[in-house]
Design a protein. Structure first.
Length: 368
């Protein structure tokens, strides 16, 4: 059996890690797996783990909506599928799912056979500030139509699944949720990480925010929180369209690092902070849990499937006040941080194993 994964881009982040682990695990299990992808957008970098893979490039494919480029990408997608002749095409995220499923009949005509199509939602766009009002209604209409052209829908998280089903976005079969596999990182030692990042006062309490520096991740909130807690040092690791704006407005106790390898920055953190307005299951947060770092996070999307409130971290509404209170509570209670740390490691290892992840996908493909 051959599976072709198609995704618009593989920027440094959770979705790329998800797909790298899936591709490797499938190939080792006897299912041939290939990845076709486009290019990252300005301000992003591609996941370095992809250097080990033989990727199929779809030159005109990317996240940004562009009629000319998207029409060219649609043609390239047909050509790639026609050349490779996979048994299953597995699309990931909105753009790739649209380009394959919208022209499924035409693709099948070119192949001369029926094609099995699986689509994974690594989150959804409905809570994304870029897609409000008419855009949200349009996307809902498109996704409902495309769902009928899917042999199986997968979500990364039960909450994402519930959100989609409540909006009438359902496939031919029951939508299933498959939690990601996350491999514990080989972290730098704390001393080496502090030295690498040029941390001068090693005695100060440190909070790490690690994500794309873009609207849906709400990095502006970190500025406000840091201003309210001048006795704590904050670090933003990541790149994106808001990076320069955040740098320009950062208070003295907030250091903006740009893109960083998680294994180099997690060791300095006493708390992992997430201010996102929407999330699937955030891989960086699971990596922090595996490293034994308590989390303070907005309770959005499937975050509650990673962080167990008051057991492995503190979940908050979207207000700065609650996030500040959560950080202060953990900063002042070393024993509580230690308890959360032990719980976080145990739960993350239990819930996000590679073997479960690969088996769940194999089962999907065999039944599609």
């Amino acid at each position: 059996m051959m599976v072709l994964h198609i995704i618009a881009r593989l920027n440094l982040g959770g979705t790329a890690k998800y797909l790298i682990i899936l591709n490797d695990g499938l190939n080792k299990s006897g299912i041939k797996s290939l990845i076709a992808t486009g290019n990252v957008q300005t301000g992003e970098i591609e996941d370095p783990g992809l250097k080990k893979l033989k990727l199929i490039r779809i030159r005109n494919l990317g996240r940004k909506i562009s009629l000319t480029s998207d029409l060219r990408a649609a043609k390239e997608v047909r050509e790639v599928i026609s050349k490779i002749k996979p048994d299953i095409v597995h699309t990931h995220t909105f753009k790739a799912g649209l380009l394959v499923r919208a022209q499924r009949n035409r693709i099948e005509e070119g192949l001369g056979k029926k094609l099995k199509v699986v689509h994974t939602f690594h989150g959804h766009l409905f809570d994304n500030p870029e897609f409000k009002g008419f855009k949200a209604l349009l996307i809902k209409s498109i996704e409902k139509s495309l769902s009928k052209k899917s042999d199986q829908l997968i979500t990364v998280g039960e909450n994402v699944k519930r959100d989609l089903v409540s909006r009438g976005i359902k496939g031919k079969k029951r939508t299933i949720s498959i939690p990601p596999a996350v491999i514990p990182l080989k972290l730098l030692s704390k001393e080496s990480a502090l030295k690498k990042l040029k941390v001068r006062d090693k005695k100060r309490f440190r909070v790490l925010w690690l994500a794309r520096v873009t609207g849906v991740k709400d990095p502006h909130k970190v500025i406000a929180i840091a201003q309210s807690l001048p006795e704590i040092d904050f670090y933003i690791a990541g790149g994106g369209d808001l990076l320069q704006e955040i740098k320009a407005n950062a208070p003295k106790n907030l250091k903006v690092l740009g893109w960083q390898d998680a294994k180099n920055v997690l060791p300095i953190a006493d708390i992992f902070l997430s201010t996102s307005k929407n999330e699937g299951i955030p891989i960086a947060m699971i990596e922090a849990q595996l490293a034994g770092i308590p989390t303070v996070a907005t309770n959005v999307g499937s975050v509650s499937e990673v962080v167990i409130n008051n057991k492995t971290g503190i979940l908050c509404d979207g207000s700065e006040k609650q996030l500040i209170e959560g950080i202060k509570k953990l900063a002042l209670d070393k024993k509580l941080r230690s308890t959360f740390s032990k719980n976080a490691k145990f739960m993350a290892l239990k819930n996000f194993s590679t073997s479960k992840f690969i088996k769940a996908h194999r089962d999907v493909y065999l039944k599609a």
